[in-house]
Design a protein around this ligand. Structure first.
Ligand code: ZN
Length: 408
């Protein structure tokens, strides 16, 4: 499956060296040269690239349409642009970005009326949760309350799946996002507990002892972050769990580690023998983020080792021929940020930098040449250049970098 990704021929490590004379700085850089730049110089360069990209993303996804939002979601729609603008505001403090972000969320609010989707990434919970947090930053308490009221009124349909993009765990993530960014008890633990009960009960039903928790989406038992186990477990670890539930989360992760491929990669679904996907939605990348979180939450060496192993797969097979967060290089880069945060090891920061520099140096040229796929929604947050811009902004404070809409 070598054609899914570029072979990673970047050196295992390049030390940073001081800048040469200013003329060289202007002369353009090869990838190796980029990687040897002092961190601050590099991250400032990427910040500028990110802010330029942000302008393009806004123009392409919002500028021409104005308030006529067709796709309101964070995943491929206008809310993704709003999320990018909010990030840009947090980095540069540019109030224009915050104002435009707020305007876009309002349009998403209108566009999402009548939608039955309830998650952060693909549904109304994302609109209301981000809306409340942005309103708080704008100092508009009335608007903040409006969004919180709307959030409280979301009804979870009985036939909801449990996965992240459309299911219960995607709703729970939005609750955690609010509690982190607005205040601890914004969404009550009673309300969240009722949803957690459902998720755990469903997991037990399908697990049936072989693996403590198991879930299904459209008839398939997925393992990845978007539709499967890794994503659900990731969210559950932010909940107040009972002791046996904690053991089941650990046991499920141990089951996954035990049944990974000999290559170190993870199947995209239960029983799959196809060892080809290394991306956030399916395979080692998404599982690595969940393992890294488990290593932190449980203080576990076992999960730390497994997270590092999964990170190795991402380093070798993660330079995908796509740029996005969901199944592209930008998403894979967050694995290294996560391992860096967990271990403090500069080799992981280097790897994050290397993937980001590869994108900065080559992605747009490779897309224009048709060698890389630009994404079905080429400017969106999860499939396109929006995600790449977000990633570049996260390089400024790498220990604070979080996979957007997924890591808290
Ligand atoms: Zn994907």
């Amino acid at each position: 499956m070598a054609d899914r990704f570029f072979p990673n021929d970047m050196p295992d490590f390049i030390p940073e060296t001081p800048l040469e004379e200013p003329s060289a700085e202007r002369a353009g850089y090869s990838l190796t040269k980029l990687l040897s730049l002092p961190y601050k110089t590099l991250s400032e360069r990427l910040q500028q690239a990110a802010l330029d990209l942000k302008e393009t993303v806004v123009r392409e996804t919002w500028g021409s349409n104005g308030e006529r939002v067709k796709d309101y979601t964070l995943y491929t729609g206008a809310l993704g642009t709003a999320f990018l603008l909010f990030k840009a505001y947090q980095v540069t403090n540019n109030k224009n970005d915050l104002d435009l972000c707020s305007e876009i969320v309002k349009a998403c609010d209108s566009a999402s009326r009548g939608s039955r989707r309830v998650t952060f990434i693909c549904g109304q919970a994302g609109v209301y949760a981000l809306g409340a947090v942005v309103a708080k930053h704008c100092g508009d308490q009335q608007l903040c309350d409006h969004y919180l009221t709307e959030f409280e009124q979301i009804k979870l349909p009985k036939d909801l799946p449990d996965e992240l993009l459309y299911g219960r765990s995607g709703f729970l993530w939005a609750c955690s996002f609010l509690n982190k960014n607005i205040g601890k008890k914004t969404i009550s633990s009673t309300k969240m507990r009722a949803v957690v009960d459902e998720v755990i009960k469903n997991g037990w039903q399908l697990g049936r002892g072989r693996c403590p928790l198991m879930y299904e989406w459209h008839g398939k038992r997925y393992w990845g972050d978007a539709h499967g186990l890794a994503g659900i477990l990731h969210v559950l670890m932010d909940m107040e769990l009972k002791r046996d539930e904690v053991e089941d989360v650990k046991g499920t992760l141990q089951y996954m580690i035990k049944n990974r491929f000999p290559s170190g990669n993870y199947p995209s679904s239960e029983g799959s023998e196809s060892d080809c996907l290394v991306q956030w939605c399916h395979g080692a990348s998404g599982v690595a983020l969940t393992l890294a979180k488990a290593a932190k939450v449980f203080g576990s060496e076992e999960f730390l080792r497994a997270a590092v192993d999964a990170g190795e797969v991402v380093w070798n097979r993660g330079l995908l021929k796509r740029v996005g967060l969901c199944h592209g290089i930008s998403g894979n880069t967050y694995v290294f940020f996560s391992l860096y945060r967990l271990t403090g090891k500069v080799e992981f920061l280097y790897r994050a930098k290397a993937f980001a520099c590869f994108l900065n140096d080559r992605a747009q040229v490779l897309i224009s040449e048709g060698i890389m796929h630009g994404g079905d929604r080429p400017y969106s947050l999860f499939e396109g250049l929006g995600g790449m811009a977000y990633l570049f902004l996260d390089l400024i404070e790498p220990s604070e970098a979080r996979f957007p809409g997924y890591e808290l």
